[in-house]
Design a protein around this ligand. Structure first.
Ligand SMILES: NC(=O)C1=CN([C@@H]2O[C@H](COP(=O)(O)OP(=O)(O)OC[C@H]3O[C@@H](n4cnc5c(N)ncnc54)[C@H](O)[C@@H]3O)[C@@H](O)[C@H]2O)C=CC1
Ligand SMILES: N[C@@H](CC=O)C(=O)O
Length: 359
């Protein structure tokens, strides 16, 4: 990744409060965020702690970037959230931020508590806001009284989807329907899949490129798309429970109960059913797209749909996401937000944007 030579940036007009940050998760997204934290736009951000699922490193003065290239992942301290939070407290900064770049449900379940204790939380992890309705409600209560919740990266990766929706709602508009392609990995897969190479080969590529969830079944099962639909719907005032989304899974029964490593050795079992679906669609001149839909009555569905080649979702490229928002004011033609919807750099940028917005 190229790093700008100067610190000229659109953020130079910002206040420059020192921001103390701990980063949970140093995989695809967290790793890209660590790179961005080394650039001049992040000069007021002090990285106090960093953790993966097994190890962590803390330095209340700020972890120098050269140390991150070192061996902390082998010789760090054992994981302990309390020690990370104590380091944030000891940093002396008024702005104490926890960045969650994991897919860990247990960590997500702590977001509300962290907010209530005055920490700001910036997250790419959708498990709380897009999980059980009770978790969403606890989050809203904590947000009303505690720190800020930076959730831009949870929908559309770096695309301005939640912010646009909130802006419309803040101006008195209301969401009527929502439709589109909400998964970068499924978009990448179905934009390319034409039956000439196995679906499993494309899935391996998508995983290597950092588009899939840590366990790609979270994408293929529709769970990740359903979470994004729930996050948008709930932000728009639809009190939808996760069980109210009709979800079509592309994972055959025989692959559902395996652990991730076993599943990754059996990806070829996905090929035959998807080849059949593709051939059927092709025989009618159509293509397959994994779509999310919310109608005006709050009925939500995510699943594989056969669409005509002229359908807007049929004309996407790469990891493109597409969010078509029909609102009271955008009611003849929807407002459409479209662009790359997965990948390390765009997602890390959304996290950094939410962090810098605090300063
Ligand atoms: N990859 C993408 O394009 C996008 C990903 N996201 C979200 O970002 C999150 C991370 O995704 P990736 O970076 O692709 O996954 P990854 O598998 O590459 O990295 C996950 C990281 O979390 C760490 N981790 C797991 N449990 C932990 C715990 N309890 N404490 C500390 N660290 C823990 C793992 O050790 C690993 O470093 C997921 O929630 C995903 O939905 C959001 C938008 C786009
Ligand atoms: N795995 C997700 C990544 C972003 O949330 C996707 O494919 O969209």
């Amino acid at each position: 990744m190229s790093v700008p030579a100067t610190d000229a940036s659109p953020f130079t007009h910002r206040k420059t409060s020192d921001i103390a940050l701990v980063l949970l998760g140093t995989g695809v997204v967290g790793g890209a965020l660590l790179e961005l934290l080394k650039t001049p736009v992040a000069k007021h951000v002090r990285l106090i702690g960093v953790a993966n699922s097994r190890q962590q490193q803390i330095d209340a003065d700020g972890i120098a970037s050269r140390e991150l290239n070192g061996s902390w992942q082998q010789h760090g301290q054992p994981r302990d959230d309390d020690a990370l939070l104590a380091a944030l407290d000891a940093s002396g900064s008024e702005l104490r931020v926890v960045v969650d770049a994991t897919a860990c449900t247990t960590l997500a379940s702590r977001h509300a508590d962290w907010l209530a204790r005055g920490y700001h939380v910036v997250t790419a992890n959708k498990s709380l806001a897009g999980g059980h309705l009770s978790g969403w409600r606890a989050l809203q209560t904590a947000r009303a009284h505690g720190g800020s919740y930076g959730d831009a990266a949870t929908v559309g990766a770096g695309l301005p989807v939640i912010s646009t929706l909130r802006r419309l709602l803040g101006c008195g508009d209301s969401l009527l329907t929502l439709e589109g392609v909400f998964s970068g990995s499924l978009s990448y897969l179905f934009n390319q899949y034409n039956g000439s190479q196995p679906f499993s080969a494309l899935l391996r590529d998508a995983r290597k490129l950092g588009y899939t969830e840590p366990d790609p079944r979270a994408d293929l099962s529709g769970e990740d798309v359903a979470r994004k639909l729930l996050i948008l719907a709930r932000n728009a005032g639809f009190a939808l429970g996760s069980e109210e989304v009709d979800v079509e899974s592309l994972v055959p029964e025989s692959l559902r109960d395996l652990d991730t490593e076993q599943f990754l050795t059996r990806l070829e079992e996905l090929d035959a059913p998807l080849a059949a679906r593709h051939a059927d669609a092709q025989s009618r001149g159509n293509v397959l797209r994994y779509l999310a839909r919310l109608n005006q009555r709050g009925r939500a569905r995510v699943g594989l749909v056969e669409v005509a080649a002229t359908h807007p979702a049929a004309r996407l490229n790469g990891t493109d996401n597409q969010f078509a928002l029909t609102t009271t004011r955008y009611n003849t033609t929807p407002l459409v937000i479209q662009g790359p919807g997965a990948g390390p750099e765009v997602t890390a940028q959304a996290l950094l944007g939410d962090v810098l917005a605090l300063g």
